[in-house]
Design a protein around this ligand. Structure first.
Ligand code: C5P
Length: 372
C-alpha cells in the first residue's frame, strides 16, 4: 500500500525530492495503474538531478525493473483485495437489506431517497479522510489538493456529472422496472448488463476479448439468470401484470442495462486515462450524486420530509445498510480502478451465488426449485 498511500505531492512524503523509493522514480513515468496515486497531483516541479548522485545506467535499469515488478505485484494484490471486498460487501448488503425488510417495526419506514443521499455524503466523507491520509495527515495539503483538483478544475469535475446523472437515471429506471415487472423477471433481465458492459469495454476502452472470454461471459450471464429464474409461484404473480406494463418494465430494465454498462465503463475510462486519484474522482461523483439525490428527495418525498423529517424511520439497521451502501461505492470505484468492469460483473455474480447459499443454509428462507 505504501506507494499508493504516499502523498499526492512530493513535499508531503518527506523533506526533499528524492525521498524514499517513490521519490527515485522518474517524473511523469506512469505505466502502471497503481502509480497514478503517487504521481504528483498538484503542480509539482520535477526534481533537480544531482550528477554526483547519478547511478550507472545498468543499476538504474535494474532498480527500475524491480520497482516495476513491485508495482505489478501491488496492483495485482489491490485487484484481488478489492474484488474480495466487493463480494463481501454485496453479499452482506443483500442479506442486511432482506433482514431489514422482513423485520417488523413500529413507526414510519425510512425513506430510501434520503438513504441514497446519506450514503453519498458518507462516501464523500470517507474519500476526504482517505485523501487526508494520502497527504500525510496535513490539513493544509488536503485543503490545497481539494482546492486544486476539484474547485480549480471545474471542467474535470463536470466530467463526473455524466456517470452520476446516468446512475441517478438508472436507479429511477430500476424503480420503474420493479413497479411493472415481478422482482425475479427484473433480476433475470438485468443480468444482460454483463454483456452490455463487455460491449462498452470493447468499444470505448479498446479491450480485446477472445472467443473463450465471450463464451464465458455468455455462460456467466446464463448461469446468473438461471439462479434468478422465477419460481412457479412468482410466475403466477407475474401473470397478474398486464402486457402493457410488462413492456414498460422490460424497456426500463433494458435501458438500465445499457446505462449501467456505459456509466461503469465511462467511469473506468476517466479513472484510467487521467491522473487524478480514485478518491478525488469519487468525491466528484458523490458531489453530483448528492445533488441529484436531493432533487430526488424533493420530488418523491418532499411532503413526507417536511412532515416527519429527513431521518424519519432511521434505526441502527438503517445505518448499517447506508454504511454498507457507501462502502459499496468506495469498493466499486477501487475495483474499476485496479481490476475492471468485467471482473466486477464476475464478483457480483459470485455474491449472488453466495447470498443464495447463505439464504438457504443459514437463514432458511429460500427453497430451491428445478431451476434454483
Ligand atoms: O448495477 P450497476 O453495477 O451498474 O450499479 C452500480 C451502482 O454503484 C450504482 O448504483 C452507482 O450509484 C454505484 N456506484 C457508486 N460509486 C461509484 C460507482 C458506482 O456508488 N464510484
Amino acid at each position: 500500500m505504501k506507494t499508493a498511500l504516499c502523498a499526492s505531492e512530493p513535499g508531503a512524503c518527506g523533506a526533499r525530492w528524492p525521498v524514499g523509493r517513490a521519490g527515485r522514480r522518474s517524473f511523469g513515468e506512469r505505466p502502471l495503474s497503481s502509480r497514478s496515486e503517487c504521481s504528483p497531483v498538484v503542480g509539482a516541479d520535477p526534481p533537480d538531478e544531482d550528477p554526483a548522485l547519478k547511478k550507472p545506467q545498468g543499476l538504474q535499469e535494474m532498480e527500475g525493473l524491480s520497482l516495476a515488478n513491485e508495482d505489478k505485484t501491488m496492483s495485482a494484490n489491490l485487484k484481488y483485495l478489492s474484488l474480495g471486498i466487493l463480494v463481501f460487501q454485496t453479499t452482506s448488503l443483500v442479506l442486511t437489506m432482506r433482514y431489514s425488510r422482513t423485520l417488523k417495526e413500529e413507526g414510519p419506514r425510512y425513506l430510501s431517497s434520503t438513504a441514497v443521499v446519506v450514503a453519498e455524503l458518507l462516501k464523500i466523507m470517507a474519500c476526504i479522510l482517505l485523501v487526508y491520509k494520502d497527504s500525510k495527515c496535513s490539513l493544509r495539503t488536503l485543503n490545497r489538493i481539494l482546492h486544486d483538483e476539484i474547485l480549480n478544475k471545474p471542467m474535470e469535475t463536470l466530467k463526473l456529472a455524466i456517470p452520476s446523472g446516468i446512475y441517478t437515471l438508472q436507479n429511477n429506471l430500476l424503480y420503474v422496472a420493479l413497479s411493472n415487472l415481478d422482482a425475479a423477471t427484473y433480476q433475470v433481465t438485468y443480468q444482460l448488463k454483463i454483456l452490455t458492459t463487455a460491449l462498452f469495454s470493447v468499444s470505448m476502452l479498446g479491450k480485446k476479448l477472445g472467443v473463450y472470454q465471450w463464451l464465458s461471459l455468455i455462460i456467466l450471464m446464463t448461469g446468473v439468470a438461471f439462479v434468478q429464474w422465477p419460481s412457479d409461484s412468482q410466475e403466477l404473480d407475474s401473470k397478474e401484470l398486464s402486457a402493457g406494463s410488462q413492456f414498460v418494465g422490460l424497456m426500463a430494465v433494458l435501458t438500465a442495462c445499457f446505462s449501467s454498462g456505459f456509466a461503469g465503463v465511462y467511469f473506468e475510462k476517466i479513472l484510467k486515462e487521467t491522473k487524478q486519484s480514485v478518491w478525488i474522482r469519487n468525491i466528484q461523483l458523490g458531489f453530483f450524486g448528492s445533488i441529484f439525490g436531493l432533487m430526488g428527495v424533493y420530488i418523491y418525498d418532499g411532503e413526507l420530509v417536511s412532515k416527519n423529517g429527513f431521518f424519519q424511520g432511521y434505526n441502527r439497521l438503517t445505518w448499517i445498510v447506508v454504511i454498507l451502501q457507501a462502502l459499496g461505492g468506495l469498493v466499486i470505484a477501487a475495483v474499476i480502478k485496479y481490476a475492471d468492469n468485467i471482473l466486477k460483473g464476475f464478483a457480483t455474480s459470485l455474491s449472488i451465488i453466495l447470498s443464495t447459499l447463505i439464504s438457504y443454509f443459514w437463514l432458511q428462507d429460500f427453497v430451491p426449485t428445478r431451476t434454483i
